[in-house]
Structures are given as structure tokens and as C-alpha cells.
Design a protein around this ligand. Structure first.
Ligand SMILES: [Zn+2]
Length: 106
């Protein structure tokens, strides 16, 4: 479990899980996640697949709750202490967990 920031379980409905699976399949197709894609049943049995993290942009302040599983993979492969992403609002690589944001912006 990450220590520097909080994640929350989404308690998703079936439709939300299905949407998440569609996003996952498209990410595999685009090469963001290593394939081949697992089945829907395998996907929803992945530990923490429905973990969400509140993210906020250090540059523009844009905030969004996003699925954590892709970031968990990034942190594993990169040995990163927290995820950092491109902000979908301003396009800068400054999108970090809200708890990290609060530590950095005081
Ligand atoms: Zn931004």
C-alpha cells in the first residue's frame, strides 16, 4: 500500500466495472499497458482494480479522482514513491496525488 498518499475503494457498480474494463482494453491496444489483455473476470479479480486516487495538478489546480491500478503498475516498474501524470486540463506533467499536492503547496 502506498504510504505517501491515500487511495479509496470505489465500490463500483457492474456498469462502472465494465467501463473500466473497456478503458483498460483500449489502454492495452494503445500500448500504455503491457498486453495481452486479460478477460473481464480476470480483470475484476485483480487486487485493488477499483482503487481510486484523488489527483491534483501542481500547475493549474485541476483535480480529478482517477483509477489507481495503472499508476500502481507505473510505480512498480519505475520504483516511484508516487504517481505523476500529465494534467488533462493544462497538459503539463504536474498531476500528482492530492496528498502530495498538499505537502508541496503549503
Ligand atoms: Zn494542470
Amino acid at each position: 500500500m502506498p504510504k505517501l498518499f491515500k487511495t479509496t475503494s470505489a465500490n463500483m457498480s457492474f456498469v462502472q466495472k465494465k467501463n473500466l474494463y473497456d478503458e483498460y482494453k483500449s489502454a492495452v491496444k494503445q500500448g500504455f499497458i503491457a498486453g495481452p489483455a486479460v478477460s473481464f473476470n480476470e480483470f475484476i479479480s485483480t487486487p485493488n482494480f477499483d482503487m481510486m486516487v484523488d489527483m491534483k495538478c501542481l500547475h493549474c489546480g485541476y483535480a480529478l479522482r482517477v483509477n489507481f491500478s495503472g499508476y500502481a503498475h507505473f510505480m512498480d516498474t519505475e520504483g516511484a514513491a508516487f504517481p505523476i501524470d500529465v494534467c488533462s486540463h493544462c497538459g503539463k506533467l504536474q498531476f500528482v496525488p492530492l496528498d502530495i499536492y498538499n505537502k508541496l503547496i503549503d
